[in-house]
Write a protein that binds this ligand. Structure first.
Ligand code: GAR
Length: 193
Protein backbone atom coordinates (compact mmCIF):
# COMPACT_ATOMS: atom_id res chain seq x y z
CA UNK A 1 0.00 0.00 0.00
CA UNK A 2 1.17 3.53 -0.79
CA UNK A 3 2.10 5.64 2.21
CA UNK A 4 0.36 8.98 2.83
CA UNK A 5 2.72 11.67 1.47
CA UNK A 6 3.43 15.00 3.14
CA UNK A 7 2.77 18.27 1.32
CA UNK A 8 4.11 21.75 2.14
CA UNK A 9 2.33 24.70 0.55
CA UNK A 10 4.24 27.91 -0.17
CA UNK A 11 1.96 30.93 -0.57
CA UNK A 12 2.30 34.73 -0.50
CA UNK A 13 -1.21 36.12 -0.45
CA UNK A 14 -4.90 35.37 -0.21
CA UNK A 15 -4.49 31.61 -0.13
CA UNK A 16 -7.76 30.48 -1.70
CA UNK A 17 -5.88 27.73 -3.56
CA UNK A 18 -4.07 26.74 -0.38
CA UNK A 19 -7.41 26.42 1.43
CA UNK A 20 -8.91 24.38 -1.41
CA UNK A 21 -5.90 22.03 -1.42
CA UNK A 22 -5.88 21.62 2.37
CA UNK A 23 -9.59 20.71 2.31
CA UNK A 24 -9.19 18.32 -0.62
CA UNK A 25 -6.55 16.30 1.24
CA UNK A 26 -8.24 16.38 4.66
CA UNK A 27 -9.66 12.89 4.23
CA UNK A 28 -7.22 11.63 1.63
CA UNK A 29 -5.10 8.50 1.94
CA UNK A 30 -2.70 9.81 -0.73
CA UNK A 31 -1.44 13.00 0.86
CA UNK A 32 -1.80 15.51 3.65
CA UNK A 33 -0.91 19.20 3.90
CA UNK A 34 1.53 19.30 6.83
CA UNK A 35 2.47 22.95 6.78
CA UNK A 36 2.14 26.33 5.06
CA UNK A 37 5.19 28.51 4.45
CA UNK A 38 4.67 32.19 3.74
CA UNK A 39 6.88 35.19 3.00
CA UNK A 40 4.32 37.90 3.88
CA UNK A 41 3.63 38.40 7.62
CA UNK A 42 -0.01 39.57 7.25
CA UNK A 43 -1.03 37.35 4.31
CA UNK A 44 -4.58 36.02 4.52
CA UNK A 45 -3.34 32.50 3.81
CA UNK A 46 -2.01 32.39 7.39
CA UNK A 47 -5.52 32.88 8.79
CA UNK A 48 -6.92 30.25 6.44
CA UNK A 49 -4.24 27.73 7.49
CA UNK A 50 -4.84 28.43 11.17
CA UNK A 51 -8.62 28.00 10.76
CA UNK A 52 -8.02 24.63 9.14
CA UNK A 53 -5.59 23.46 11.83
CA UNK A 54 -2.48 23.57 9.64
CA UNK A 55 0.73 25.01 11.09
CA UNK A 56 2.42 27.87 9.28
CA UNK A 57 5.75 29.67 9.30
CA UNK A 58 6.56 33.17 8.07
CA UNK A 59 10.03 33.77 6.74
CA UNK A 60 11.97 36.83 5.58
CA UNK A 61 13.93 37.26 2.34
CA UNK A 62 17.21 36.76 4.23
CA UNK A 63 15.94 33.60 5.89
CA UNK A 64 14.81 32.25 2.51
CA UNK A 65 17.92 33.06 0.51
CA UNK A 66 20.69 33.14 3.10
CA UNK A 67 19.83 30.45 5.64
CA UNK A 68 18.73 26.85 5.99
CA UNK A 69 15.57 27.75 7.94
CA UNK A 70 13.16 26.53 5.27
CA UNK A 71 15.00 23.40 4.17
CA UNK A 72 15.33 22.47 7.86
CA UNK A 73 11.54 22.76 8.31
CA UNK A 74 10.90 20.72 5.15
CA UNK A 75 13.18 17.96 6.40
CA UNK A 76 11.83 18.03 9.95
CA UNK A 77 8.26 17.72 8.63
CA UNK A 78 9.37 14.96 6.20
CA UNK A 79 7.90 16.84 3.25
CA UNK A 80 7.60 14.80 0.04
CA UNK A 81 6.12 17.45 -2.26
CA UNK A 82 6.27 21.26 -2.25
CA UNK A 83 3.30 23.02 -3.82
CA UNK A 84 3.58 26.69 -4.79
CA UNK A 85 0.09 28.19 -4.67
CA UNK A 86 0.34 31.90 -5.35
CA UNK A 87 3.96 32.10 -4.18
CA UNK A 88 5.89 34.94 -5.76
CA UNK A 89 9.58 34.43 -4.97
CA UNK A 90 12.08 32.40 -6.95
CA UNK A 91 12.90 29.19 -5.04
CA UNK A 92 16.62 29.04 -4.09
CA UNK A 93 18.96 26.23 -5.10
CA UNK A 94 19.31 24.80 -1.57
CA UNK A 95 15.62 23.82 -1.82
CA UNK A 96 15.44 23.01 -5.56
CA UNK A 97 18.35 20.53 -5.42
CA UNK A 98 17.00 18.09 -2.81
CA UNK A 99 13.44 18.52 -4.17
CA UNK A 100 14.14 18.21 -7.92
CA UNK A 101 10.83 17.18 -9.61
CA UNK A 102 9.16 17.44 -6.22
CA UNK A 103 8.17 21.12 -6.43
CA UNK A 104 5.19 22.14 -8.52
CA UNK A 105 3.65 25.53 -9.24
CA UNK A 106 0.34 26.76 -10.59
CA UNK A 107 0.50 29.64 -13.05
CA UNK A 108 -2.66 31.50 -14.09
CA UNK A 109 -1.92 31.56 -17.83
CA UNK A 110 -1.01 29.22 -20.65
CA UNK A 111 2.78 28.98 -20.36
CA UNK A 112 5.15 29.57 -22.08
CA UNK A 113 3.11 32.73 -22.69
CA UNK A 114 2.74 35.32 -19.93
CA UNK A 115 5.36 33.85 -17.62
CA UNK A 116 8.51 35.23 -15.99
CA UNK A 117 9.39 37.69 -13.27
CA UNK A 118 6.58 40.11 -12.41
CA UNK A 119 3.98 37.96 -14.14
CA UNK A 120 1.51 37.10 -11.41
CA UNK A 121 -2.17 37.46 -10.59
CA UNK A 122 -3.96 40.40 -12.15
CA UNK A 123 -0.85 41.65 -14.01
CA UNK A 124 -1.19 38.57 -16.16
CA UNK A 125 -4.93 38.87 -16.73
CA UNK A 126 -4.56 42.55 -17.71
CA UNK A 127 -1.85 41.70 -20.24
CA UNK A 128 -3.76 38.72 -21.65
CA UNK A 129 -6.87 40.87 -22.26
CA UNK A 130 -4.91 43.88 -23.55
CA UNK A 131 -3.31 41.64 -26.19
CA UNK A 132 -6.75 40.60 -27.48
CA UNK A 133 -6.43 36.89 -26.61
CA UNK A 134 -9.59 34.82 -27.02
CA UNK A 135 -8.52 32.23 -24.46
CA UNK A 136 -6.40 31.85 -21.35
CA UNK A 137 -6.02 29.14 -18.77
CA UNK A 138 -3.88 27.52 -16.11
CA UNK A 139 -0.56 25.70 -16.19
CA UNK A 140 0.75 23.31 -13.56
CA UNK A 141 4.48 22.76 -13.96
CA UNK A 142 7.58 21.51 -12.19
CA UNK A 143 9.71 24.24 -10.65
CA UNK A 144 13.34 24.77 -11.57
CA UNK A 145 15.85 27.59 -11.02
CA UNK A 146 14.04 30.00 -13.39
CA UNK A 147 10.61 31.64 -13.18
CA UNK A 148 7.82 29.58 -14.79
CA UNK A 149 10.27 27.47 -16.77
CA UNK A 150 10.04 23.81 -15.64
CA UNK A 151 8.32 20.98 -17.52
CA UNK A 152 4.59 21.38 -17.95
CA UNK A 153 2.43 18.77 -16.22
CA UNK A 154 -1.06 19.99 -17.09
CA UNK A 155 -2.95 22.83 -18.77
CA UNK A 156 -6.64 23.73 -18.93
CA UNK A 157 -8.19 26.53 -20.97
CA UNK A 158 -11.06 28.98 -20.66
CA UNK A 159 -12.61 31.32 -23.22
CA UNK A 160 -12.28 35.10 -22.98
CA UNK A 161 -15.34 37.05 -24.09
CA UNK A 162 -15.41 40.67 -25.29
CA UNK A 163 -16.92 41.75 -21.98
CA UNK A 164 -14.33 40.05 -19.75
CA UNK A 165 -12.25 42.26 -17.45
CA UNK A 166 -9.10 41.21 -15.55
CA UNK A 167 -11.38 40.56 -12.56
CA UNK A 168 -13.88 38.31 -14.40
CA UNK A 169 -11.01 36.48 -16.10
CA UNK A 170 -9.43 35.95 -12.67
CA UNK A 171 -12.69 34.32 -11.53
CA UNK A 172 -12.66 31.94 -14.50
CA UNK A 173 -9.02 31.09 -13.83
CA UNK A 174 -9.64 30.51 -10.14
CA UNK A 175 -12.53 28.16 -10.98
CA UNK A 176 -10.16 26.09 -13.16
CA UNK A 177 -7.52 26.13 -10.41
CA UNK A 178 -9.96 24.90 -7.75
CA UNK A 179 -11.23 22.14 -10.02
CA UNK A 180 -7.93 20.78 -11.29
CA UNK A 181 -4.98 21.70 -9.05
CA UNK A 182 -5.71 19.29 -6.15
CA UNK A 183 -6.27 16.41 -8.59
CA UNK A 184 -2.98 17.14 -10.37
CA UNK A 185 -1.19 17.31 -7.01
CA UNK A 186 -2.69 13.94 -6.17
CA UNK A 187 -1.50 12.41 -9.44
CA UNK A 188 2.04 13.79 -8.90
CA UNK A 189 2.06 12.42 -5.33
CA UNK A 190 1.17 8.98 -6.60
CA UNK A 191 4.31 8.96 -8.79
CA UNK A 192 6.67 9.89 -5.91
CA UNK A 193 8.52 6.90 -4.49
C1 GAR B 1 -3.53 32.14 -8.34
O1 GAR B 1 -4.35 32.51 -9.42
C2 GAR B 1 -2.22 31.59 -8.84
O2 GAR B 1 -2.32 30.91 -10.06
C3 GAR B 1 -1.41 32.85 -9.03
O3 GAR B 1 -1.73 33.63 -7.91
C4 GAR B 1 -3.09 33.37 -7.55
C5 GAR B 1 -3.14 33.15 -6.05
O4 GAR B 1 -4.47 33.13 -5.59
N1 GAR B 1 -0.01 32.55 -9.09
C6 GAR B 1 0.84 33.29 -9.81
O5 GAR B 1 0.50 34.28 -10.44
C7 GAR B 1 2.28 32.78 -9.80
N2 GAR B 1 3.05 33.42 -10.83
P1 GAR B 1 -4.78 32.56 -4.15
O6 GAR B 1 -3.79 33.20 -3.18
O7 GAR B 1 -6.19 32.98 -3.86
O8 GAR B 1 -4.63 31.07 -4.21
Amino acid sequence: MLENKNIAIFASGNGSNAENIIKYFENSTTGKVKTVLCNIPNAHVLIRANNLGVTSTVFSRDEFYMSDKIIDILQLEKIDLIVLAGFLWLVPENIIKPYRNKIINIHPALLPNYGGKGMYGNNIHKAVIADGNKESGITVHYVNEKYDDGDIIFQAKCKISDTDTPETLAQKIHALEYEYFPKIIESVLMKIQ
